[in-house]
Design a protein around this ligand. Structure first.
Ligand code: Z5A
Length: 204
């Protein structure tokens, strides 16, 4: 799929600093005059946000149902928001995308990698981010940053689960090193933002 815009995704475990980076990058790029659309997954459009509520708070969800709901939300979000914004020439920055599906639903949940990748490619109509910024941090360290109150269904998974998520992200960073920039999420917020901005400005 050819677009005039530029598609950037932010990835990493819970509490790694994705939302903070999303805000910082958007602010910096807007101040430099770039058209930016910020969004997130699961969610980012009205129907996808409804699916998000089921995903984060549903009880007794089967792993395959979970996978298919993340992908349903993705297909909707892309059609309704991401693709039109890219066609209009915007830089779209999305908090989480397909790498999260591979890290959570395959590496951590245990669904077969090939099946997850095949279904994900269908959901995103083969659209790929041109740049992914992966915020890497040990989950135990990241958990200290966030309150244990109000944790959602996935956040309540064990530390072992979140360590497998991290392994999944690191596997993807190695496999797709042209696209994925690995950032040390333990560094101070401003330093992470400076490095991320530098990586973005080099490619847009
Ligand atoms: N999920 C999935 O399973 N499959 C999929 O395909 C997709 C998603 C797309 C969505 O949750 C859940 O869905 C997620 C994966 C799953 N579940 N989990 N776990 P989400 O995206 O809404 O939630 P999250 O990704 O877990 O976000 P978060 O907890 O809000 O983390 P964050 O956005 O990465 O962090 P933050 O809010 O920017 O920062 C957390 C705190 O750390 C905050 O107080 C900051 O001020 C502080 N912070 C940020 N950066 C720093 C630095 N550099 N140093 C120190 N402190 C910092």
């Amino acid at each position: 799929m050819q677009n005039k815009g530029f598609f950037i995704t932010l990835e990493g475990g819970e509490g790694a600093g994705k939302s903070t980076l999303l805000e910082g990058l958007t602010r910096e790029l807007l101040s430099k005059g770039f058209p930016v659309v910020k969004t997130r997954e699961p969610g980012g459009s009205p129907i996808a946000e409804k699916i998000r509520q089921i995903l984060l708070h549903g009880v007794g969800m089967a792993p395959k149902a979970e996978l298919l709901l993340f992908l349903a939300a993705r297909a909707q979000h892309l059609q309704e928001k991401v693709v039109p914004a890219l066609e209009a020439g915007s830089i779209v920055i999305c908090d989480r995308f397909s790498d999260s599906t591979i890290a959570y639903q395959s590496f951590a949940r245990g669904l077969p990698l090939e099946e997850v990748e095949t279904l994900d490619a269908i959901a995103r109509s083969h659209l790929k981010p041109q740049l992914t910024l992966l915020l890497d941090i040990d989950p135990e360290e990241a958990f200290k940053r966030i309150s244990s109150k109000g944790r959602d269904r996935l956040e309540k998974e064990s530390v072992a689960f979140h360590k497998k998520v991290r392994e999944g992200f690191l596997f993807l960073a190695k496999r797709d090193e042209e696209r994925v920039i690995l950032l040390d999420a333990r560094r101070p917020t401003q330093e992470v933002l400076d490095k991320a901005l530098q990586a973005v400005l080099e490619v847009i």
